[in-house]
Design a protein around this ligand. Structure first.
Ligand SMILES: [Zn+2]
Length: 419
């Protein structure tokens, strides 16, 4: 082992001192191939070491859950990459054919990696000869070609029925979320393709089409759809056969009235700005809870910020999101004050309108101004000076050729609570 460490140290030093400048195209191409060959050799060596260390359970006493976890954490590299190295090492150990093909350069380590899963976890009907055939058939193949061969081979050999295959795929379903960094976190969703299509379709529909003045990427638009769907669910407008969930946010009366900007809190301890809570409240059912220290001394009646009649009138007048040609249905929209609540706006419907969650956010961006009241000649000027006409699109207004009817009838009012 000391020999190995000495070898690795000198190989590493040699790599660090490589002269990477070549004077001719032919030399540069040759040098690139030389680097690739070196990387390939190292990759195979590391894969074999990973499999070996895993077999010997070398992570025990390091405080990590397995070898890949230890390597990824220690070298600040990807856990997925470490797992793939381990799998490649296992496959090389299990299949002499694979090992020989890689050693002789007939299979690149990347292509071998594409075969690793099926070699370490073959269908029950597969024999060692079948594995040899597969390795032979993929010599000289690119990784995608090898993946395609694996799929074909699995279909030919597998004894599982379509139903069993579906069950196996469904068992892979997963939603995982990373630890938040810089105030965002990434959720990864693994689903059978059909379910994924359903999910993406739902995001797509909830997001609505691109509207004029839209600078979002499609990825951002789909994310807006996901946000909208979550809001719809929370407001009881996605019918799942269960009662409507509430979000409880506590805030002082002074902050709610706009006299201070003291933030409120969710039951999970998230700080929510007073401004955000005042915005949320426009679309929520409110319940006043008067506290003295930790004791509740009075519970108020549940009330809506905008009355139900006012809300029905807004649906009739606006029909859908008022922003340009956005067609997000009225039932999916937020009530927004054309004039800011804190600046003396009233709940009179002349000064209220409906905006979809995305445009509600856009409307509150710095430099965005609204002209006119909510009834007539309403325009939005964006920070870059673009002006967007925002006519009412509902049944109480004559439809211009630019406005489209809402897609669905509103099923009901939101019941999110801000207590
Ligand atoms: Zn909109």
């Amino acid at each position: 082992m000391e020999t190995l460490l000495t070898q690795l140290t000198s190989a590493s030093a040699a790599a660090a001192n490589l002269h990477t400048h070549a004077t001719t195209a032919a030399l540069r191409r040759q040098a690139l191939l030389g680097c690739q060959s070196l990387l390939d050799q190292i990759k195979v060596a590391q894969a074999r070491l990973m499999a070996d260390a895993t077999t010997h359970r070398d992570w025990i006493s390091t405080g990590h859950k397995n070898m890949a976890d230890w390597l990824a954490d220690t070298t600040k590299s990807s856990y997925g990459d470490a797992k793939r190295k381990e799998k490649l090492g296992n496959a090389l150990g299990q299949s002499p054919d694979l090992s020989d093909a890689v050693a002789s350069g007939q299979l690149s380590p990347d292509t071998a990696e594409a075969l690793a899963d099926i070699i370490t976890n073959p269908p029950p009907a597969a024999t060692p000869d079948d594995i040899s055939d597969l390795v032979a058939a993929t010599k000289g193949a690119t990784p995608p070609q090898a993946k395609a061969a694996v799929d074909y081979w699995r279909d030919q050999l597998t004894s599982e029925t379509e139903e069993e295959a579906e069950t196996r795929r469904f068992a892979k379903r997963a939603v995982t979320t990373t630890i938040p960094a810089d105030g965002t976190s990434t959720t990864s969703i693994t689903l059978p393709v059909l379910h994924m299509r359903e999910l993406l379709n739902a995001f797509d529909h909830a997001a609505g089409k691109f509207a004029e003045g839209d600078t979002r990427t499609n990825a951002q638009r789909l994310a807006d759809g996901a946000i909208t769907l979550a809001k719809l669910y929370n407001s009881g407008q996605v019918n799942g056969g269960r009662s409507n969930p509430n979000i409880i946010v506590t805030i002082t009366a002074e902050a709610f009235a706009g006299l201070t900007n003291q933030p409120g809190h969710t039951p999970w301890g998230d700080r929510i700005s007073a401004h955000t809570i005042r915005e949320l409240a426009k679309n929520a059912t409110l319940q006043r809870v008067v506290m003295a220290g930790d004791s509740i001394i009075n519970l108020g009646r549940k009330v809506r910020y905008a009355s139900h009649d006012q809300y029905l009138a807004l649906i009739a007048r606006d029909g859908s999101c008022r922003w340009g040609n956005c067609t997000t249905p009225a039932a999916w929209c937020d009530v927004d004050h054309v004039q800011q609540w804190a600046n003396g706006g009233t709940t009179d419907i002349d000064w209220e309108w409906l905006l979809c969650p995305h445009h509600h956010t856009q409307r509150h961006l710095p430099g965005v101004t609204i002209h006119g009241n909510a009834n007539s000649n309403t325009r939005i000027t964006l920070a870059d000076g673009t002006t967007i006409q925002c006519p009412p699109k509902g049944t109480t207004h004559h439809k211009s050729k630019h406005s489209k009817p809402p897609r669905t009838a509103p099923p009901g009012r939101q019941t999110t609570q801000v207590a």
